[in-house]
Design a protein around this ligand. Structure first.
Ligand code: NAD
Length: 280
């Protein structure tokens, strides 16, 4: 499954819709500290914004920023009408309570979809702003017309940013969903039954060819650095057995940024009131 090509199409569509929208669309990114990987992610998000006609507002805070200071900035961004989306890059330094910061973001500007209000709407089957990676996976499954109703889906990983939300989205499409995690027994047997398998663990090659049901759709979310190469959670030879498979790189990764832009547009629509946000 070509995530790169689909992401490009989504980005072009977002750019067209941003240009047509009679409301500013702006994404504030907040980076605390000097984690090099986070700095790269934020830079990529900003340049993707610019390309789509979304105004980027970047805030870089030093590693010794207090929680109070960060919450102050979030409050300012909540009040700023030019800022229609807010993204605080995670992870935050340990002294800062990540959950408190996420809770402080206005849910209508929560383009990461991590606020408990947006997570709660998803649980209730009323999706609002969705976490970008799971939203991108659903877009790929739709594009490739993967049949989900009644299908057996196995999600490996139970994080709040990937595992849980993708499990809920698959459930929303009437798949029969199993969530596996580090304490799961006999993962192999569960995997062999899966028509759709999502691997979101962060362990190179943990899903092997032998574990797959022939013809299964395999979504590889993992990003692992092995001997200078980026590889996924799914072993390379799995493609011989899978029906459809997302490559790493070039599968889920590019979709994540595209969906962030789509979320930023959607958040601007909520604020322009051309789309109703369920919290009013
Ligand atoms: P996480 O560390 O929060 O969660 C990993 C999950 O894997 C946990 O729920 C854990 O229970 C499960 N797990 C660990 N060992 C296991 C085992 N042996 N068997 C079964 N389950 C096991 O990770 P995350 O944030 O959800 O990310 C997962 C992977 O996806 C990472 O490699 C991350 O880099 C990648 N990721 C990619 C994108 C993207 O855009 N492509 C976005 C987010 C995360």
């Amino acid at each position: 499954m070509d995530g790169k090509a689909l992401a490009q199409r989504v980005r072009e569509q977002v750019a067209r819709e941003v240009a047509e929208l009679d409301h500013p669309v702006g994404l504030a990114t907040v980076l605390v500290g000097e984690d090099p990987a986070s700095a790269v992610y934020v830079r990529n998000k900003q340049s993707a914004c610019r390309e789509a006609g979304i105004e980027p507002f970047h805030h870089e805070l030093s590693a010794d920023t207090t929680q109070h200071e960060l919450l102050g900035l979030v409050a300012e961004l909540n009040a700023d009408e030019r800022v229609t989306g807010i993204l605080v890059q995670l992870p935050l330094p340990e002294v800062i309570d990540e959950d408190a910061v996420i809770r402080a973001i206005d849910p209508v500007k929560d383009v990461d979809g991590f606020h408990p209000a947006n997570a709660g709407f998803l649980v209730q089957g009323r999706p609002t702003l969705l976490p970008a990676t799971p939203a991108g996976i659903m877009e790929l499954l739709r594009e490739y017309k993967v049949s989900l109703s009644g299908a057996r889906a196995l999600v490996i990983g139970r994080s709040n940013i990937v595992g849980k939300p993708i499990a809920l989205l698959l459930l929303g499409e009437s798949a029969t969903v199993t969530i596996a995690h580090s304490r799961t027994r006999d993962l192999e047997a569960l995997a062999r039954e899966a028509d759709v398998l999502v691997a979101a663990v962060g362990r190179a090659g943990m899903v092997t060819q032998e574990m797959l049901k022939p013809g299964a759709t395999v979504i590889d979310v993992g990003i692992n650095r092995v001997e200078g190469r980026v590889v996924g959670d799914v072993a390379e030879d799995a493609r011989e057995v899978a029906g459809l498979l997302t490559p790493v790189p070039g599968g889920v990764g590019p979709m994540t940024i595209a969906m962030l832009l789509k979320n930023t547009l959607q958040a601007a629509r909520y604020q322009a009131r051309t789309l109703a946000f369920p919290l009013g």
